[in-house]
Design a binder for this molecule. Structure first.
Ligand code: MRU
Length: 349
């Protein structure tokens, strides 16, 4: 990468910081997270966002909260950890990485043979670090696996931000683009602006340009024209939760992009690590979709663009049916249909 992209989550000397992504691209500001309310609010407000990053940040937040607990008995400590875990878990409902990381932290606590609260705090610190490091490794491998579909001079359209800012490093959908560039390939990216909160233009364009990647921002409504002109050879997006049958929840608008890709005979890929796959959820119908405040649509960037009090429908995500997905790029290679079988292999560890 040309210039280092700021880390979404930083843990230094026992202190936790989230990059405030609501201020990007104008300012790179870190906020310190010292308690559960700050962590919950930061995730809810999208200071920290993107499925893998939310999981990593919540794991570290649980560990930081644990460090502040004064309980002397292990049972009281574990009870309090459980309460904080449940609280953090309800900050956002759709990205499964959040509950995956928090459950993993709690399970590690219960499987540990340590017998003192001080030792268990250390166990949580180590597990949060392990989740972070695993995410870095998996994202890198997603980038390497993605080379199978990358060709020199190709055009790629992406939606929302599934890059370094949404993970510990490299990203998911953007990782193949970063690796391609390292390999000397030239890839042109079309970044959907991504209404209503503009993660595509504010975050994706910001990080791709920092990395020296040829990037063109388009509004969501321009995707069809760009495809019709023949500028897009593949679509790659991230995911917040993939159900057992391959149906994929991702940022609102993704489903529309998948339909456009089908109409233009362009392959539509999803990129994600195993922590985004939820084989306990049978299909997209069963995925809980977060609905957010009306103001995000009517007054998204601080200016009223619709009448106050207007009725608004603001789902943060939609579900792309598995039939529209050409492949799922994972740390273990590109999975193909039938996804109920290929995903099961990924999830069994
Ligand atoms: O609401 P956000 O910004 O958290 O939504 C993020 C997305 O939809 C991403 O595409 C998804 O989390 C994958 S991130 C690697």
């Amino acid at each position: 990468m040309d210039k280092e992209i700021a880390l979404a989550v930083k843990y230094e000397d026992g202190r936790l910081f989230f990059l405030d992504q609501t201020l990007l691209p104008e300012k790179e500001v870190y906020v310190e997270i010292t308690n559960e309310t700050e962590a919950w609010t930061a995730i809810k407000r999208l200071v920290l966002r993107g499925a893998p990053a939310i999981g990593v940040g919540a794991a570290y937040a649980l560990s930081v909260c644990a460090d502040h607990l004064a309980m002397e008995t292990v049972s009281a400590f574990c009870e309090e950890i459980h309460r904080i875990k449940e609280y953090l878990n309800c900050s956002r409902p759709t990205a499964v990485n959040l509950s995956w990381a928090l459950n993993r932290m709690e399970s590690r606590l219960h499987s540990s043979d340590k017998t003192t609260v001080a030792e268990l705090k250390e166990v949580l610190r180590a597990e949060a670090k392990a989740i972070y490091e695993e995410d870095v490794r998996m994202c890198r491998k997603i980038g390497e696996a993605g080379q199978e579909i990358i060709k020199d001079k190709m055009g790629i359209l992406t939606h929302c931000n599934a890059g370094a800012l949404a993970t510990s490093r490299y990203g998911t959908a953007l990782s193949p683009i970063y690796v391609a560039r390292e390999n000397g390939l030239h890839v042109r990216v079309f970044a959907d602006e991504t209404r209503p909160l503009l993660q595509g233009s504010r975050l994706t364009a910001y990080e791709l340009m920092k990395a020296g990647i040829d990037t063109t921002v388009i509004t969501d409504s321009m995707a069809a024209v760009v495809m019709k002109k023949g500028w897009v050879d593949a679509v790659i997006v991230g995911a917040d939760r993939i159900a057992a049958n391959g149906d994929t929840a991702n940022k609102i608008g993704t489903y529309g992009v998948a339909l456009l890709a089908k109409a233009h005979h362009i392959p539509f890929y999803v990129a994600c690590p195993y922590s985004t796959v939820d084989t306990k959820t049978p299909s997209g119908e069963d995925i809980v979709i977060e609905e957010r405040a009306a103001e995000e649509v009517l007054c998204g960037m601080g200016k009223w663009t619709g009448p106050k009090g207007a009725k608004v429908f603001n789902p943060a995500f939609d579900v792309t049916p598995h039939a529209l997905i050409a492949g799922i790029i994972t740390e273990k290679g590109i999975l193909r249909a039938p996804y109920d079988q290929s995903l099961r292999k990924l999830d069994c560890r």
